[in-house]
Design a protein around this ligand. Sequence first.
Ligand code: OGA
Ligand code: MN
Length: 302
Amino acid sequence: MSLQIRFSDRPLGHEILGINTAGDIAADVFAEIEAAYDRYGVILFRNQHLTPEQQIAFSKRFGDLTEYTVKQYNMADHPEIFIVSNVVVDGKPLGMVDAGRYWHTDMWVTANPPRGSMLYAIEVPIDSNGEARGDTCFASTAAAYDGLPEDLRKTIEGRRAVFDSEAYFMSRMSRTPKDPITGDYSEDVKKRMTQRSQNVVQHHDMVKVHPRTGRKSIYFSEEAISHIEGMSVEESAAVLEAVRAHVLRPEYVYRHRWAVGDLVMWDNISCLHKAIGDFDLPLHRTMHRTTLASLVPNKAAA
Ligand code: OGA
Ligand code: MN
C-alpha cells in the first residue's frame, strides 16, 4: 500500500488519510506512517476515536514512551497520558492549562529530550462565530536549517546553547498577569512557584542531527536559552534573535486548527511548536498527550 497524504502548503502538518489509529495497522503500513513522521516532522490523523489505552498502544508502536516531568497532570490510571486542559472539576484542574504558549521543543530541561509527542483532541473551544480556538503552530526547524543564510549557519553550527530553567521561569513570570484586585499572583501560579524544582541547566547543540534521518535541524526554544557557550549574553541575544526570526518565517510555519478527534504528532528535533491561548472558560479545551522517549543513547547531563 502507499499511504494517502493530503499535503499542507508548508513543509510539515500533512494529513494521513484512511487510517484508524485505534485499529490493527499492518507492519508495512505502519512503516510508511513512521517514515512520513520522520520525514515531515508533523503529521496528523482526523476523526479518530481513541481511548487512553488505544492512544498508548498506537504510541508504543513507535517505541518506548516517557512520562511528562510534571507528574501532577498525568492521568492517574494511565500515567503515560499527560492531560492538557483548562477544565476545572470540583475546584481541581483537570490538566495543565498552559502547556507551552511560547515557541518550544518539549522537555528541553532533560539531557535527552523526547523523540516527539502525540496530542489527541478531546474538547476543542468553539467561539460564538463557530470558529475553533486554541490552534497549535509548528515550525519546521529542518526546513529552516536548510534555508539558513551562510553567515548565521556558520555562527551556530558546532555551538551549544545553555538552556536554563530559571531564566525561563523569570521570563515567564514577567508575562504572567497579576490579579487586578489582589495585586498578587493567583493561588495556582503561587503554587507552581513554590513547587518548581531547582534550577536545571542543559547544554544542547544548536544544530541537532536527527537520529533516524540524519537530517540537520536548528534546536531552539524561545526564552529558555540564557546564552550561547563561548559568547557574551549580549552577543548571544543578537544571534538568538536572528535564529528566532529565521525559524519563524511564515514559509516554515504550519498552524493547526483543531477539531475533536484530531491526532497530531510532532517530531521534537525537526520542529518547534507553540500553543495559541486565545480562549478561556466557559469554553473547554482538553487534549491527551503521549510522549515518545528519546532515541538518542543517554548522554550525561552537561
Ligand atoms: C504540549 C504542547 C500545545 C497545545 O502538549 O507539549 O505544547 O496546543 N501543547 O496544547
Ligand atoms: Mn509542547
